[in-house]
Each structure stands twice: as structure tokens, then as C-alpha cells.
Design a binder for this molecule. Structure first.
Ligand SMILES: [Fe+2]
Length: 122
């Protein structure tokens, strides 16, 4: 069974950062995708991912209370590192994305990731 610190490490990166950014990207695709059907699908994905992200933050807050000060600092540092790496990760993820999903350049997505990361890091 996973320990609290193991869950906290994973949740801080995959939940608090990547799920939340996925929600944002889905919301953008809900505006930019060419087909109305695709925009509707992305709107639903965005809502789901936003709930996953919210759960991740609630879990993160609770888990930090279960950890030692040192462990909590490690988890917080992992989350900060994931935020710092988000721009490059988001730009790389744009390579090969079909144009039907909306023409977002790697630079635009990197800028979005950078703004997102700065808001979450604040
Ligand atoms: Fe999700």
C-alpha cells in the first residue's frame, strides 16, 4: 500500500499541476477546436479535469497535514519543480497535435503554461 508521502509526491505533480493544466488546455480547446462537436467534447473534458484538479488540491492540503515538516517541504518543492517545467512540457506536447483541435502554436501554449505556473506558484 502506498504511504502518505508517496501519494503526496504523486498528487502534487500529477494532480495539482498536470490535471489542472489539462483542464485549462481542454477549456482552450473548447474555444479553438474547429468542429462544434469537438468544442462540446472539450468543454465536458475541461469540467471533468477541473474537478480532478480540485480534488487534487483538497487532497494536497490534507496530506500536507499528515506529513512531517521535512516531508511537506519535499512535496511542496516537487510541486514547484513541476510548475517550473510546465512551459517546456506544454510546448513539447503541442508537436503533432491535429489542426482540428485549434491552431495553438507551441509559443502560445508555453506562454499559457508560464502564466498558469506563475499564478499557481503565487
Ligand atoms: Fe483527470
Amino acid at each position: 500500500m502506498a504511504t502518505a508521502i508517496e501519494v503526496a509526491r504523486h498528487n502534487a505533480v500529477e494532480g495539482c499541476v498536470h490535471e489542472c493544466f489539462a483542464a485549462l488546455m481542454a477549456a482552450v480547446r473548447a474555444q479553438t477546436a474547429e468542429a462544434r462537436g469537438l468544442r462540446r467534447i472539450f468543454a465536458r473534458i475541461a469540467a471533468d479535469e477541473a474537478q480532478h484538479g480540485e480534488l487534487a488540491w483538497d487532497l494536497h492540503t490534507w496530506l500536507l497535514g499528515q506529513l512531517s515538516e521535512e516531508e511537506a517541504a519535499e512535496v511542496t518543492a516537487l510541486r514547484a519543480a513541476a510548475l517550473r517545467g510546465l512551459e517546456a512540457r506544454a510546448a513539447a506536447a503541442q508537436v503533432g497535435v491535429p489542426g482540428e483541435l485549434g491552431r495553438l502554436g507551441a509559443g502560445e501554449v508555453a506562454a499559457l503554461a508560464g502564466r498558469f505556473a506563475s499564478l499557481l506558484a503565487a
